[in-house]
Ligand binder design. Structure first.
Ligand code: ADP
Ligand code: ASP
Ligand code: MG
Length: 411
């Protein structure tokens, strides 16, 4: 008998019909002799709707209240699925994060899971019930409801799979797996049968929202194999798992794009030692993550510094810089939130050169200007004008020959 964790995303339970279809899949899995734990997101669009309501009431709603509000979406889903399973004549029990004892720290809206006291879940499973758990939410040591960041139900699924030592963590979504690019942007993208944790981490962190980045980190740390697959078909999806030798042979695994960053440029800064240190230490003291950084060649003792920060934190970053502008001799600051970060990811980059130049030439050929560049061991990213993001993804997908059956292998 296997223990299976199945996480269903918003579109997979977006209507009453979809909830019924999920109930049938869950029951089928149990009938095959498995114990089944289901983790659910809110129905599609519901979390956005709730957030929208909050911001109609307050410009800066308190994060505790945001968590109180956002966590309700998942509660609707678990109750409905439980009812649908009962209608099929099977036993199921829904549980909130609190009831399932998903214990987190107190960082509202981006809480970290500290532990799961899984004995309540195990007890219900042993009674032959399907256990249905609200994703995205937990409880802190004061009994406050917390949420795990957008897309956080993936993390709930992986963490439950780790805690229960499940045989597999299935993430059901609206595409058939992880593709070489977002299939909604590049229709000829190829489904990747197996991908390493590290490649998936980079792809997710650089914009491929098919899995939440923190869920992949968690899966890597605890060795949870994730099977990303479609709730609309029975096709095999993508296994996210540890690295093997064959994977290193793939030069570019996929391309992705993120529009979640904004570029801040500080103009005419005095070009002398210590200025950059001061600017960036102020920003880091405000707990804002800086990503790409470029400093122009100095002319007449002054220079420009550009860097990117998460879009949602850009207003705060501007406030921080303005608050020290006089002290640092800063004359002018500009912000551009219409940028995108376009990236190519692949384990083969560790041992192979030439990817960057191929990427830059391909972008130049179609007239896409590169604003900034950053690299990691297995990824190269370029900041570009956001209006070219889809074109950029398609061009890179083509130049790295990622279309059906065209993986770029090392020579
Ligand atoms: P869910 O609601 O099931 O959590 P998400 O919307 O969070 O689903 O994630 C699925 C979406 O991720 C897909 O519809 C697709 O547009 C997008 N996506 C982005 N990059 C990729 C990729 N490389 N492979 C597959 N899907 C991707
Ligand atoms: N409902 C939450 C969100 O929309 C969590 C999730 O879907 O994973 O972010
Ligand atoms: Mg998601």
């Amino acid at each position: 008998m296997a223990l299976v964790v199945q996480k269903y995303g918003g579109t997979s339970i977006g209507s009453v019909e979809r909830v019924r279809a999920v109930a049938e899949r869950v029951v089928e899995t149990q009938k095959k002799g498995n114990k089944v734990v289901v983790v659910l997101s809110a129905m599609s669009g519901e979390t956005d709707k709730l957030i929208n309501l909050a911001y109609q009431i307050a410009k800066y709603p308190k994060e505790r209240e945001l968590d109180m509000l956002m966590s309700t979406g998942e509660q609707v889903s678990i109750a409905l699925l439980s009812m649908a399973i009962h209608e099929l004549g099977y036993e199921a029990r829904s549980m909130t994060g609190h009831q399932a004892r998903i214990l987190t720290n107190s960082e509202h809206t981006k809480a970290k899971i500290l532990a799961i006291e899984n004995k309540y879940i195990v007890k219900e499973l042993d009674k032959g019930k399907v256990v249905i758990i609200a994703g995205f939410q937990g409880i802190d040591d004061r009994g406050e409801i917390t949420t795990l960041g957008r897309g956080g139900s993936d993390l709930s699924g992986v963490a439950l799979a780790a805690s229960l030592k499940a045989d597999i963590c299935e993430i059901y979504t609206d595409v058939e797996g992880v593709f070489t690019a977002d299939p909604n942007i590049v229709p000829e993208a190829t489904k990747i049968p197996t991908i390493s944790y590290d490649e998936m981490l980079e792809l997710a962190g650089l914009g491929a929202k098919v899995l939440q980045t923190r869920s992949v980190e968690f899966a890597k740390r605890y060795g949870v194999t994730i099977h990303v697959r479609s709730s609309f078909s029975n096709e095999e999806g993508t296994l996210v798992t540890g690295e093997d030798e064959k994977m290193e042979g793939v030069l570019v695994r996929g391309v992705t794009c993120s529009k979640n960053e904004a570029k801040i440029t500080i103009l005419k800064v005095p070009d002398k030692p210590g200025i950059a240190a001061k600017i960036f230490s102020k920003i880091s003291q405000a707990n804002i993550m800086v990503d790409m950084i470029v400093q122009n060649i100095s002319e007449k003792g002054i220079t420009d510094i550009s860097f990117t920060v998460p879009k949602i934190e850009s207003a705060r970053a501007m406030e921080v810089i303005k608050s020290v502008a006089d002290e640092l001799g800063i004359k002018d600051i500009k912000i551009d939130d219409k940028i995108a970060k376009l990236s190519a990811v692949g384990l083969g980059m560790r041992s192979h050169t030439g990817i960057a130049s191929k990427m830059f030439s391909a972008l130049a050929d179609v007239g896409i200007n590169i604003l900034m560049i950053s690299t990691s061991e297995i990824a190269i990213s370029c900041a570009i004008d956001a209006k070219f993001s889809e074109l950029g993804v398609r061009i890179l997908h083509e130049v790295f020959e990622l279309g059906q059956g065209k993986e770029t292998l090392l020579a």
